[in-house]
Write a protein that binds this ligand. Sequence first.
Ligand code: SF4
Ligand code: SF4
Length: 411
Amino acid sequence: MGAGLAGGMGGGMSATTPGIMGKDLLSSCVHCGFCLEVCPTYQLTGDENNSPRGRLRLWREEAEGKIPEDKWTDFYTSECVGCLACEPACPANVPYGHILEQTRHTYVEERRWLPKQELRLAAAAVARPKFFDIALLPARALRSLGLLPHPLVFPGATPVFQSTAAYAKALMERHRPTGPRVALLTGCLMEALFREINFATVRVLVANNVQVVVPESQGCCGAFQEHTGISGVKILREVNRRAFDGLGVDCAVANSAGCGLSLGKTLEGKPPVRDVLGFLGEIGIKPLPPRSGNARVYVDLPCHLVHGQRSTIPESVLDATGYRWEFAPCAKECCGSGGIYNIQKPENAREILAKKSAFLNKAEGDPVILATSNHVCMMQWNSARSAGLVKRPYDVRHVIQLLDSPEKNPQ
Ligand code: SF4
Ligand code: SF4
């Protein structure tokens, strides 16, 4: 096993304990079961082993040598969405997400697990932002023409060539905002494929008198590697530590809940990392005028915002969109996206989404808009159409896009 993990073990734990940082962490579960009802995989299967408590027990019993390393423990470890809903539900504060992440990394390190070839290739690609950006240029071009290269990819007219960094620089020079200064995390997939959301983020920030810096040397936040257990997180974090250092900003902002959570772990408060919608709520966003027509917005909250960052999308920000909005039913529950869960476990992800998305079939509004604040959740919601779960037209939008008015915001 990885030397860093073995070093943390207490007496009685096997030297082959998979990925657990120490006896105390594994023992911290008091078996109360409060986490069961919030766990999507337990809700789906009713199988104790497919719950946080069950997984923790399997890892502990294996560490103590009570059960052998076997494919069932591997299976249940892979079944976890990584939604983190079990953490806030836990009265004993078991750091489940941290334990899961370390376990998966150790499984991969020990070759107990081999992530799918396409995931390993994707991990290598996202770790090289310039290469990734060029590799996805044809997909950006297709989206800008209204064509979708994959069922998970949602529609949107994305800029093909201009980077968010170049766009922000031009907008800053044209409008010279004088308010708080922030550094924007552009993300790997967001920048390479869904760049229009980054552009909208810059416009909304500048429209609210915020100075926007886009560090050009930034890279992937490492969330992809955290989800898959693939190595390289430390290197990616070091790249971003350097990129966001010494910028003289009030905070870094992220428009993807998962990437923001990961960047927060990297920067450790230097500077602090804020979800861009929470930040706009704090500074007091300028509201857009009420929208005419019958459009209705249903807001879903990403797990990594609610459970990971323990935050939400402020109602003042949702009001500022000018739309008639409400939270989607079960807005705080997982949509099944889980970073790459919808690629690793498509059947489970579909089942989880089926429960959440059913309301859209009867939702009022014309158009019906499903809005959230994480591009990977947007992909999952978009797939409800191709998966046949939602049989009526609906749009998927990032909340920042609803705050982006071509008439009111700087261009
Ligand atoms: S992270 Fe989510 S799926 Fe995994 S055990 Fe916790 S609640 Fe269940
Ligand atoms: S809520 Fe926490 S302490 Fe209770 S069973 Fe779940 S992980 Fe263990």
